[in-house]
Design a binder for this molecule. Sequence first.
Ligand code: NAD
Length: 327
Amino acid sequence: MNILVTGGAGFIGANFIHYLLENYPEDRIVNFDKLTYAGNLANLADVEGNSQYYFVKGDIADQSAVDSVFSAWQIEAVVNFAAESHVDRSILNPNVFICSNYVGVSTLLNAVKRFWVHKFVQISTDEVYGSTPSGNLFTETTPLNPSSPYSATKAGADLLALSYFKTYGLNVSITRSANNYGPLQFPEKLIPLMVTNGLLGKSLPVYGDGKNVRDWLNVADNCRAINAVLRRGKAGQIYNIAAHNYVENIQIVKKIVERLKVDDSKISYVTDRPANDQLYAIDDSKIHHDLGWQPEIDFDEGINQTIDWYVNHEQWWRPLLSGVRNR
Ligand SMILES: NC(=O)c1ccc[n+]([C@@H]2O[C@H](COP(=O)([O-])OP(=O)(O)OC[C@H]3O[C@@H](n4cnc5c(N)ncnc54)[C@H](O)[C@@H]3O)[C@@H](O)[C@H]2O)c1
């Protein structure tokens, strides 16, 4: 299969490309990425020489660039990771989120329709459901209630993708996953930010009272889930991907402090992000039953391995620090 992976130079996309090249050596992978501040070809340096992997620089919101890549590489399936992904940045500049996360998806869908591509997987997020203060688990049919410009653009893209299934019969599936953690994440997101700040002796800025809860999914588990949706997901279906590791942000920071043996007086509570959702919690029984997927990686083991990965890869994260947006 010729698979177009968009946003493959980012965190989850790069992990997914590694997963595909290791497990499906017969597939040809084309990574189409704009290389924003979050796109980093160093994430794929080890596969540059692989004859099944190609990189094309481009913007998913640019229809002629997208059409060229579909036609030149005879694309058969698309997995769309490309997006502006940092909620804080969406509060400061929503327009770039609208262009990449919404217009970009419409551009890809137009190409999928024109070039008769067999499968389109839109990578979405549990944030489209908004916060669940009661702790009820959201299912795939729960109405969307996004809080940030980021999650609103992702919700809009989901609805657009589903409309292309309903109206034109395109084979579209959507994944909505919990918060991912693992190697290769840009060091402005919670875990790599805290580890790198800790290693640099800087303060550890925690939003609000630190009691916001996220469900933490290992990126390797997410890659397996996305692959199941790519190969066996049904047209027009949405799949929640959860981990059932509900942890307060402050507990994550304390785990990092403990592992790095940093003084916990470095933790500082800063003004909360506007409209910060209290809790994301999703029901993923559909992907268990329909596709036989379930998370496998133990959280304590996964988080320790992740912290150690950043400790051991200073040469990876140090050049990225100038692009980090401070809290
Ligand atoms: N990280 C998470 O915890 C999480 C959770 C659920 C869903 N998601 C979704 O997963 C996807 C990947 O997230 P991530 O954390 O890897 O993001 P990331 O910010 O690390 O990577 C995004 C990648 O997309 C590229 N990109 C951005 N705009 C582009 C454009 N217009 N054209 C082409 N490439 C473009 C960037 O250069 C970068 O390589 C996103 O769609 C995000 O909404 C992420």
